[in-house]
Structures are given as structure tokens and as C-alpha cells.
Write a protein that binds this ligand. Structure first.
Ligand code: SF4
Length: 408
């Protein structure tokens, strides 16, 4: 049986490399053309080529989102772009428009076509329709329960990709006109302004129905489906997708590291013990401080699965340094500072394919080898004395209090 794929997002080359190093089987990126969130994308064709080379060297694949719904004058250059992606060694495109799918099948046949979640595919009949159109995979709508995912996979030969982590739309993904209405920014052409997460005043008959400070927003809790992974593997799903091309390197590393270990443990041991699953959930919660829930996996979300009045994640500040080097002889680690830390802080090492290790931060030296008590300038290079060896590209984070987490 083919092992399930862990598919991670990347907003630029640095995040692509992080996702691959931390264990993603495939990474999806948005090009500067024909992609939703094209404004946020840093991948021109040259970077896509570099990303593919790096990924292939590590046994991973690159998928490119070509998922805008183009209007007539958006189609210029599409054929040439798809041919260039094929020549760059891209494995698959994620597409929603039949025009783009047809063009890829005709002019770049080596590219797999994965039908985007923008199509809201919610059943096997829809999946089979796309198989007839030449699709190689479908990305299911987020709005399905575990049982519906199982039934869909059971009745189609097409490989299925499902979301396991990240932001949720309050309307069916891709079927939202809120952003268009409020800002003239088209969510289906890459411009969503996340108007659902703005704060609104509610009135009834011209009278406000809540306090001034208690404004209303329609934001959903983020999806976190760690507890579903064993069942998704049993259901023969092909790919587990993390959402968030705009997220930070630390966020990507934390999620990919955790889901990689969780998936591998499922294959090694069958089921995951409850205590171990709690640990995985706790690890995932360290990525950022936005509350999470099970999305639609256990049924339609209820009031408790929404964030009325909260519109975004705060910066946690717990990612404190990036490891550039560790010298076994001198026991000195070279770090690039990201957030404030000081001597005596309890910290953790997050390294690709390794269990998380804790240690106490000892002596810190500045670039002149002078002892300092506090490191608080981002991107400054410091040396830290520690007996705990650490790998290049590992991330150091402060140990967090358990009560900081909101885990369902
Ligand atoms: S406004 Fe909100 S619900 Fe609509 S597409 Fe954007 S994120 Fe989704």
C-alpha cells in the first residue's frame, strides 16, 4: 500500500526548503501567474525551478497552484506557463477552471492535474466526473465528515486529498462573495480580503445589540485533524494537506515535524496511544496561538467552533533562534536570534526527524565573544554554550506553559 502523502504549503523558497527538510513528501506553491493569493506568492518560474531541484534531491515533489478562475483576458500566456511548469519538473498543478485543466492536458500532459477544493467536490459521483475529464487527483471540499470522506474514497478510483490543518472559510471554500462585496477584491481571482474576519457591529431595528467593545466577527476556528490521521490512513486517502502559504517558517516547521512523526508512528504501530496523541496535539498548538477545532470531520461545526470577536492569530514570540551550527569540540552552538531570550530560560530543540529535546540556556556570547545575559536583537548572531548537540536548521523555542493552549 502506498504511504499517505504529507503535503505542506510554502510561500517562498526558504519555507519550501523548511517543509522538505522537516519531512513533507510534497510542497505546494503559488506562482505569480494564474494563482489565488498571487499577491502573496514569491515564486517566479526561476524559483519554482530551484524549488523543484531542492525537493527532488530530497525525494519530494512540488505542486503549483494554478487555481484562479480566469476571465477571458486572464488566459493570455496560460499555455506557455503550463509548458514551462512541466519543463521545470513540477509534479502537479492544482486547478479549478476547466479551461486550465483542458489546457494542461493538451499542452503539458506530464503534469498531473489535481482538481482544487474550489470545486467543492463532496461525493464520489463528482469525483468520477473529474476522472472522466482526465483529472489525476481531487482535493475534497473541507465541508465533509469523516464518514463522508470514507464513502467518497470507497466509490472512486481517483486519489483523494483532504485538508488536515489550517484556516477555514465560513462559507463553502471558494463560493464566497463577501470579499467581492465589501472590497471589490475577488476571492476566486486571488484577492480575498478575509472580510469574514473583520469586526462588525450588529443592529436590530437600528439599535446595537451588543456592547461597543464586543464586536462580532464570523471567523471559524482553524482546522486541526491530528486525531483523524489513523482513520484517514485506514480510509486509503492519498494525501493530507496543510493550509497556509502565508504562514511563517516556524509554523511550517512545527506542523510538518509533528504530522510527519504522527504519520510515521501510525504506520509503525497501527493506532496511536491516547497519551501520545495528546502530545502531538500539544505540539501542533505550539505553531501559533489561534484556537483550533475538528472542522467538519465530526459533523457540522457548532457555535463553539467559531470565534465570534477574534479575528486573527497573535505572534507567540516563542520561536527564539535558528541554529546555524554546533561545534562538538567547544560545545558552542551558533544561533541567529529571532525573539528575546536570556540565560536560564528553558528551551526546546525542534529538529527535522528528531524527537523534541529540552534544555536550559546557559552562557550566551555576542559576536565579540563577550558574555551577555539577554539576546533581544532579531537576526543577531550569538553563540550559546550547551552540552546538548543540535543540528543545523533546527529551531529553538521557549518552553511554553501548558495553560497557554486551547486544544479541542
Ligand atoms: S472572506 Fe472569509 S469566507 Fe470569504 S473567501 Fe475569504 S476567507 Fe473565505
Amino acid at each position: 500500500m502506498k504511504k499517505i502523502e504529507l503535503l505542506a504549503p510554502a510561500g517562498d523558497l526558504e519555507r519550501l526548503k523548511t517543509a522538505v527538510r522537516y519531512g513533507a513528501d510534497a510542497v505546494y506553491v503559488g506562482g505569480k501567474q494564474f494563482s489565488l493569493r498571487s499577491r502573496a506568492s514569491n515564486f517566479d518560474l526561476e524559483d519554482i525551478q530551484k524549488g523543484v531541484e531542492f525537493a527532488k534531491k530530497h525525494g519530494a515533489n512540488v505542486h503549483v497552484t494554478v487555481n484562479m478562475l480566469p476571465h477571458e483576458d486572464d488566459l493570455d500566456g496560460l499555455k506557455e506557463y503550463l509548458i514551462a511548469l512541466e519543463q521545470a519538473g513540477v509534479t502537479a498543478i492544482i486547478a479549478a477552471s476547466p479551461a486550465i485543466i483542458k489546457c494542461a492536458k493538451t499542452y503539458a500532459p506530464k503534469l498531473e492535474v489535481h482538481v482544487s477544493t474550489q470545486h467543492s467536490i463532496t461525493n464520489s459521483a463528482a469525483a468520477n466526473f473529474w476522472e472522466q475529464q482526465g483529472a489525476d487527483r481531487i482535493v475534497l471540499a473541507r465541508e465533509l465528515t469523516m464518514e463522508q470522506i470514507k464513502q467518497t474514497q470507497m466509490h472512486t478510483k481517483l486519489p483523494i486529498e483532504v485538508f488536515i490543518h489550517g484556516g477555514m472559510c465560513i462559507s463553502y471554500s471558494g463560493r464566497c462573495m463577501l470579499s467581492n462585496h465589501m472590497t471589490m477584491r475577488d476571492a476566486n481571482r486571488g484577492g480575498c480580503a478575509q472580510s469574514c474576519r473583520w469586526k462588525y457591529r450588529l443592529y436590530k431595528d437600528n439599535t446595537p445589540i451588543h456592547d461597543e467593545q464586543d464586536l462580532f466577527s464570523m471567523s471559524s476556528k482553524d482546522l486541526m485533524a491530528a486525531r483523524m490521521i489513523p482513520d484517514l490512513i485506514d480510509a486509503n486517502v492519498a494525501s493530507l494537506k496543510i493550509e497556509g502559504r502565508m504562514k511563517s517558517t516556524y509554523y511550517i516547521a512545527t506542523l510538518v515535524h509533528t504530522y510527519r512523526m504522527l504519520i510515521d508512528e501510525c504506520y509503525e504501530n497501527g493506532r496511536i496511544l491516547d497519551k501520545r496523541m495528546e502530545w502531538y496535539c500539544m505540539e501542533l498548538a505550539k505553531a501559533e496561538n489561534r484556537p483550533t477545532g475538528p472542522g467538519f470531520y465530526l459533523g457540522a461545526p457548532k457555535a463553539k467552533d467559531h470565534l465570534y470577536g477574534v479575528n486573527g492569530a497573535g505572534v507567540t514570540g516563542e520561536f527564539i533562534a535558528y541554529v546555524l551550527d554546533y561545534d562538538e569540540k567547544t560545545k558552542l552552538a551558533t544561533w541567529e536570534v529571532r525573539n528575546r531570550f536570556q540565560k536560564g530560560d528553558e528551551a526546546e530543540i525542534l529538529a527535522p526527524h528528531k524527537e523534541v529535546r529540552s534544555f536550559i540556556i546557559n552562557d550566551i556570547f555576542d559576536e565579540n565573544r563577550l558574555l551577555i545575559d539577554v539576546a533581544n536583537q532579531p537576526m543577531r548572531i550569538v553563540k550559546v554554550h550547551t552540552d546538548v548537540p543540535m543540528e543545523q536548521h533546527a529551531m529553538i523555542r521557549k518552553k511554553m506553559e501548558k495553560d497557554r493552549f486551547d486544544i479541542y
